[in-house]
Design a binder for this molecule. Structure first.
Ligand SMILES: [Fe+2]
Length: 265
């Protein structure tokens, strides 16, 4: 699997403090079935490191992983805040574009943000970039405002949901909105947003198992969200045709009948 969002590089942001913890995160990701992990440190005013440090940090970590026999490739990237995206220069952009192509991981704001959000995303598109919104389901800009999310996606912005949101780690409102996003076909990628081996850990599939209870059939589509779509993004290609969004499980009597039918089959 391909995980497009992680804070694995040591000492740059709120990810690991030192490389041993990065190695532990990598080991946990590989054990969970991830083969490629994009390192996306925060490109945000409160983490003012030089983006030129990303590539050497990735190379140093990959060398360590080879030495440790951990089958995981780390790829450079960044998670760009809306404010930073407005003023990002070309050399920073080159350091953080996913796979070096047109896609850029953009952090959904954690505070209410007005039309500056849309304006910044659309200006980035005019520059030739393809924004991939990180965890819109955890942003007050979108949570509970499906129409806003639909409008943004209609304009060509992609969305990457956090695996932990699907597993219920961010509470019921976030979980319920995540179900809605999948149901409406507004999700293009699932990523871990891992910060450590144990604190916000890597791994992409646990959430699919949980969500499959509400959207039967979603688990069967996990490959599209965790390999096919993120693979195309890393190669700078258009996304492959997406599977039809699964319908919600019927509740009450309908649910009972459906479960008896499955047992019988
Ligand atoms: Fe993140």
């Amino acid at each position: 699997m391909i995980d497009l969002h992680s804070h694995i590089l040591p000492g740059l942001d709120d990810g690991p403090d030192h490389i041993e913890a990065s190695v532990a995160l990598a080991r946990a990701a590989a054990t969970a079935g991830t083969a490629t992990l994009v390192a996306t440190p925060h490109i945000r005013g409160d983490y003012p490191f030089d983006p030129a440090r990303i590539l050497p940090a990735v190379e140093e970590l990959n060398a360590r992983l080879v030495g440790e026999g951990i089958s995981l490739e780390v790829v450079p990237g960044g998670e760009v805040s809306i404010t930073s995206l407005l003023e990002i220069d070309d050399s920073t952009l080159d350091a953080v574009r996913l796979g070096g192509g047109p896609y850029v991981l953009v952090e959904s704001p954690y505070t209410h943000t007005g039309e500056l959000l849309e304006r910044t995303l659309f200006e980035a598109q005019i520059r030739g970039l393809r924004p991939l919104l990180a965890h819109p389901e955890r942003s007050p800009c979108f949570l509970g405002d499906l129409d806003r999310m639909e409008r943004v996606v209609d304009r060509g912005v992609l969305s990457s949901v956090t695996a932990g949101s699907m597993a219920g780690r961010f509470g019921k409102p976030v979980y319920d909105f995540t179900v809605l996003l999948f149901e409406r076909g507004l999700v293009h990628d699932v990523a871990s947003d891992a910060h450590g081996a144990e604190r916000r850990p890597p791994g992409l599939l646990a959430g699919f198992e949980r969500l499959d209870e509400d959207l039967p059939g979603l688990l069967d589509q996990a490959d599209w969200f965790t390999r096919a779509a993120p693979g195309a993004i890393l190669r700078g290609e258009e996304l492959p045709p997406r599977p039809d969004a699964p319908g919600r499980r019927r509740r009450g009597f309908g649910r009972l009948v459906a479960s008896l039918g499955r047992r019988g089959g």
